[in-house]
Design a protein around this ligand. Structure first.
Ligand code: GLY
Length: 423
């Protein structure tokens, strides 16, 4: 099979690593990829937001399967475009239609979906820019701090703000409705704050049947003890020990099954991943958000624990036999820590030489923001590499990752040494 993988982060390097293990993969292209994916397949320069350019590449290179890493091309309708064109209608695109991707692309849409299908989530109100005063009145009269504010649209992972006071919430609402996150925040959701511990569940579906992948927990805040601004994710563990069989049964019955029913009920074509961001509140699961893709850095711990052939699973989706697959999980724990550029998630410099990558012993180093320059590998993003390790416990795995985090070097390197601190 000839496979095109879209994206350039740690998630995509992990996909490439897993896809390359499949005997079903004859040729792997990654667009645009990074220095890590370049060792597993052919990196190609392609604008993944240009559906026509992706289509032309697929036709010219006789690609059979397109695996979409990030959400943006999905919200941009890559599935719909390739399906609509006669020359690519047979191609197996792993990623939902743009209608399915609205679960991530519009928080308002996702909330209405959850309400309609009885899926547990926090209470909310939503306000357009034209109703700014009504939003302020609601905060003054009804809201209880801390107040969760969410931009309706995609805001590069920055669209959620938790305001500790009503005054701060009022200022933030006005700024968001005024376009702080562009069009994405012209509609704002004001949500009830849920207190608990978060985890992530990943579902691979063909829109009818589904398989639940190994569960994970990521750490989004930049600082020790979950402090400071949000990032894409500073580290992850799988499995989080507090997510037991009983919890997963609740998640499957109350959340996964109604979500699949909802997709069918709305006639949405969905073949790909559903990433369900959850919070356990006194041992009851609530949905914080849906994403239409795998998580990053969760992928860096989920796929190493998945023993199945991923390409075989993708093929089963197209052949309508996903329900025949039996998921096999590695019993060991897996953890990853992310090395970041100095200043991330604020401004940071790129182009720093990364040293000692080959000296990391006992870990898999997934590249996130890297590029090749001659015989050197340079930093090329805020998150630079994710260092993944196995262990009998997540603490054992973290020890190995943290040791290798000391070994790999570049100017301005930073990482969280307390991943898993709350478990
Ligand atoms: N790690 C969170 C995300 O991928 O959205």
């Amino acid at each position: 099979m000839r496979i095109l993988l879209l994206g350039s982060g740690g998630r995509e390097h992990t996909f490439a690593w897993k896809i390359k293990q499949s005997p079903l993969c004859n040729k792997l292209y990654i667009a645009p990829g990074n220095a890590g994916t370049a060792k597993l397949g052919e990196n190609i320069s392609l604008d993944i937001m240009d559906n026509a350019a992706v289509h032309d590449f697929v036709v010219k290179n006789m690609v059979d399967m397109v695996v979409v890493g990030p959400e943006a091309p999905l919200v941009n309708g890559i599935w719909n475009y390739l399906r609509k064109m006669r020359s690519t209608s047979h191609v197996n695109v792993i990623g939902p239609s743009m209608q399915g991707a609205r679960l991530e692309g519009s928080k308002s849409y996702a909330k209405k979906f959850m309400l309609e299908y009885g899926i547990p989530t926090a209470g909310y109100r939503e306000y357009h820019a034209a109703k700014a005063q009504a939003a302020i009145n609601f905060v003054r009269k009804k809201a209880v701090p801390p107040i969760v504010l969410k931009a309706d649209g995609l805001a590069a992972g920055k669209g959620v703000v938790i305001s500790p006071t009503k005054e701060e919430a009022e200022r933030e609402i006005l700024s968001m409705l005024d376009g702080k996150f562009g069009e994405a925040s012209r509609k704002v959701l004001i949500e009830e704050f849920l207190s608990g511990i978060e985890f992530s569940v990943f579902v691979l579906t063909d829109g009818k049947s589904y398989q639940i992948l190994p569960v994970a927990k990521d750490y989004k805040r930049v600082g020790k003890g979950d402090t400071g601004p949000n990032t894409g994710g500073m580290g992850a563990v799988s499995p989080p020990p507090f997510v037991d069989k009983k919890m997963m049964q609740k998640v499957e019955e109350r959340i996964v099954k109604p979500t699949i029913r909802g997709l069918q009920g709305r006639g949405i074509h969905y073949q790909g991943f559903i990433f369900i961001g959850l919070i356990s509140v006194e041992n009851e699961p609530f949905v914080i958000e849906y994403n239409c893709r795998m998580g990053d850095p969760e992928t860096e711990v989920v796929l190493p624990r998945l023993k199945n052939d991923l390409v075989e699973m993708f093929a089963a989706i197209q052949e309508g036999r996903l329900d025949e697959i039996k998921i096999e999980e590695d019993e060991r724990a897996v953890a990853t820590v992310v090395l970041t550029s100095g200043g991330y998630p604020g401004n940071y410099e790129k182009g720093k030489v990364i040293s000692n990558l080959e000296k990391a012993q006992g870990s898999i180093v997934f590249h996130a923001g890297t590029k090749t320059n001659g015989d050197k590998i340079l930093t090329n993003g805020g998150r630079v590499v994710a260092i993944t390790s196995f262990g009998d416990t997540f603490q054992d795995a973290l020890k190995i990752s943290n040791k290798n985090a000391e070994v790999i070097g570049f100017e301005g390197k930073s990482w969280r040494k307390d991943i898993g601190f709350d478990l």
